[in-house]
Design a protein around this ligand. Structure first.
Ligand code: ZN
Length: 387
């Protein structure tokens, strides 16, 4: 069944209005989860839902939902988040929520028979600026009874990376969301005088750390060419210009879609850390800090998104999301899939985040088409154990 016409003008006007809540003079947005602006944006969303003759509901975690009044599940959930990082952009999260609202509104207004099987959501605290680590709202939903009333989850989002635009694609179908493993590494050497200690007698923890950082790209790419790793902060102790570092501390973060790649890279990292420490006359400890497993998307929902992209006649490709999303958490309990639109120059988490309005409108249209296809799937809830 074809989706009803959605209004690009109304979608873009909603996006512009939402961007004013917590809006900054530089065009960016400050709507950190729990801030006055974040809560105001959630109240505004609920009022937009009700103004369309729909039912708005906020759960105990702060997630805002909308659906046709008196509708009964299972629902296909469409959404994203309206919180931002400090000095964030107008589109990260907001685009997916506003597109979901426009799609539900259009289905409802058209009296589409599937309107009652749609629900929309703005998840609470996706970004995790505070202590929680993010994905708070989707984590809460996954553990709540409402999860068993969902047939699936679809999320529309900006890519937040440069690949689609650089390669001339207008749409990206997400294969899966990378897993993220972090390792705490400490190199133990000996602090000593930087002028009088000969190289042969140094136990330089900084030199060992330097070798590990330098080799990290080659280490992970030898395991998986699509894999990336990062060290964003290094501490050398005691931290003085004229003292050979007695200790080095840093965190290695590794991201991959294939859990075997994460395991193999971890083994290689352990070996390299031991070798680098030994070469510098040091000892090393490697301890796991955190692990978020990769989230493959649901093949059948991915197929619906692909079919919608193919029918659009626009250039599209499959790609892996290197950034975390609510869809990754949702994929643990319901079938989930994502559609990306390009991010200009790959800029995100910045006031300079931008996607051409025509691409935003097109993405929403293709997303509506994907939702319509997914709504035609037989309404089993086989993924819910015990049901
Ligand atoms: Zn986001």
């Amino acid at each position: 069944m074809t989706p009803p016409r959605i209004s690009a003008d109304r979608l873009l006007a909603d996006l512009a209005e939402l961007a004013r809540i917590g809006g900054r003079p530089d065009g960016g947005v400050d709507r950190v989860a729990g801030s006055e602006a974040d809560l105001a944006a959630r109240r505004w969303l609920a009022s937009r839902i009700e103004a369309a003759g729909l039912e708005a509901r906020t759960d105990a975690a702060g997630n805002v939902f909308g659906r046709v009044p008196h509708s009964r599940g299972p629902w296909l959930l469409l959404g994203s988040h309206t919180d931002t990082v400090p000095a964030g952009g107008r589109l990260d999260g907001a685009y997916g929520v506003m597109a979901a609202l426009e799609i539900l509104r259009a289905f409802h207004e058209a009296g589409h028979p599937s309107a009652e099987q749609l629900e929309i959501v703005s998840f609470y605290d996706e970004e995790g600026v505070g202590a929680g680590g993010g994905l708070a709202g989707s984590t809460y939903l996954c553990a709540s009874e409402h999860a068993a009333e969902l047939s699936g989850y679809l999320e529309l989002h900006i890519e937040q990376g440069p690949r689609l635009e650089a390669e001339g694609f207008e749409l990206g179908v997400v294969d899966g969301i990378v897993g993220i493993d972090r390792w705490d590494i400490t190199i133990h050497g000996a602090a000593n005088h930087a002028g009088t200690t000969p190289y042969s007698m140094r136990r330089d923890a900084g030199a060992a750390a330097g070798r590990i950082l330098h080799g990290l790209r080659r280490l992970v790419q030898a395991v998986d060419a699509e894999m990336v790793a990062n060290v964003g902060e290094v501490r050398l102790l005691p931290g003085a210009t004229n003292v050979v570092p007695g200790e080095a501390r840093f965190v290695v973060e590794m991201r991959a879609l294939d859990p075997r790649s994460l395991r193999r890279a971890a083994e290689a990292l352990h070996e390299e850390v031991a070798a680098a420490a030994a070469e510098a006359g040091c000892e090393a400890t490697v301890t796991p800090r955190s692990s978020v497993p990769p989230a493959p998307m649901d093949p059948r929902l991915v197929g619906a998104v692909e079919a919608a992209c193919a029918e659009s006649g626009r250039r599209w490709r499959r790609l892996v999301s290197g950034a975390g999303h609510d869809a990754g958490r949702m994929a643990e309990v319901v079938p989930a899939a994502m559609l990306f639109v390009p991010s200009h120059l790959g800029i995100s988490h910045s006031p300079n985040e931008h996607t051409e309005p025509a691409l935003l409108a097109q993405g929403a249209w293709v997303f509506a088409s994907a939702a319509a296809k997914a709504l035609e799937f037989p309404r089993d809830n086989d993924h819910i154990s015990g049901k």
